[in-house]
Design a protein around this ligand. Sequence first.
Ligand code: NZQ
Ligand code: ZN
Length: 388
Amino acid sequence: MLNFNYSIPTNIYFGKGKMDNLPKLIKQYGSKILMTYGGGSIKSNGIYDKVVNLLKENNIEYFELGGVDPNPRVTTVREGIKICKENNVDFILALGGGSVIDCSKTIAAGCYYDGDPWDFFIGKARIKNALPLGTVVTLAATGSEMNGNAVISNVDTEEKLLTYGEALKPKFSILDPVNTFTVPKTQTAAGTADIMSHIFEQYFSTTEGAYIQDRMAEALLKTCIKYGPIAINDPENYEARANLMWVSTLALNNLLTYGKVTDWATHGMEHELSAIYDITHGVGLAILTPNWMTYVLDDSTLDKFVEYGVNVWDIDKTQEKITIARDAIKRTKEFFISLGIPSTLTEVGIGEDKLKEMAAKATKRGPQGNFKKLYEEDVLKIYLSSLK
Ligand code: NZQ
Ligand code: ZN
């Protein structure tokens, strides 16, 4: 039975040239900002210069924190909090993909907390307040620009964990598809897989009667299937980049979640991979997803896979249900391979040695997933089936 409260407060500025709104938007929230970015892509593609010029022209004082890693580290978060506290920073501007945005969100929360920011991830502290934050998105994947999640890695403990806070939702996000023209093929592919996985995590659900959410989810999946390959082969295709950018935001801003029991087992399993092996999140998801699907397919889940196969992949619905379901899984796997993403753990350098340890860690706080609950031995079987 659908029953929920709706709140998606982030203001979105979508389209070519929307960056010009930046000074006006920043001034609504602060006067001294911390600008965060990654390893240098924004310097080579001109986004950095554009933003700096806008800040200077408008006399907005700024500090910088560059070098945020993909799979962002808690050590960088600590560095950012220090800069903010020492300089009375009152606004954070994240220029980048999910890693930069998540790191910035955690810095924003850490400014209102006296303890260590890792506490937010291990359940020792809850996020109550955060500095206001805005984003300029440069990669379509995580949806972090319109949600309250942050995912951070701790290299010392080999953990990659998620925290959540209403206060982490960005005040505004600027989504100019042109800013994603320079995203390399591999990251475009990984981003597409990540977006699809977010949709799967919400689509494969035991909640009945969420008709509207499910039809929206199918439309979003079809968007990824249509535009992922176009963006990879023709990186400056505005239509493809625009559709991927908007689908990534809509896929994880709670729109599909409202009223539903969601799964998130594949993400839980993937975070163990990228925590230890530092692989690209979307690549890990593309490898695990078809194996997760195969593992959870049984009499109780069959109808959902049939719905997926018929509505998303246009598989002939007059066939046997099990044939449709297996074909849908096969097409999912083939699609990821067609994007150039590896399909086995072995290909990304992950062997059998740590699988048991990762399965134990993935289920340390309880079973993974809701569509089908997965215990340690189930997770291990999925990892093993993903090796080759
Ligand atoms: O660091 P730079 O030099 O900027 O290069 C980045 C990085 O190497 C590059 N890139 C980004 N924009 C570019 C570009 N290269 C050329 N042109 C551009 N316009 O892409 C690489 C990957 O960036 P990253 O931010 O790591 O990618 P993504 O957006 O996929 O974020 C992944 C992180 O987000 C977490 C993941 O676990 C991972 O840590 N997630 C966050 C979620 C959330 N907050 O809701 C949910 C997701 O499920 C996910 O867990
Ligand atoms: Zn994800």
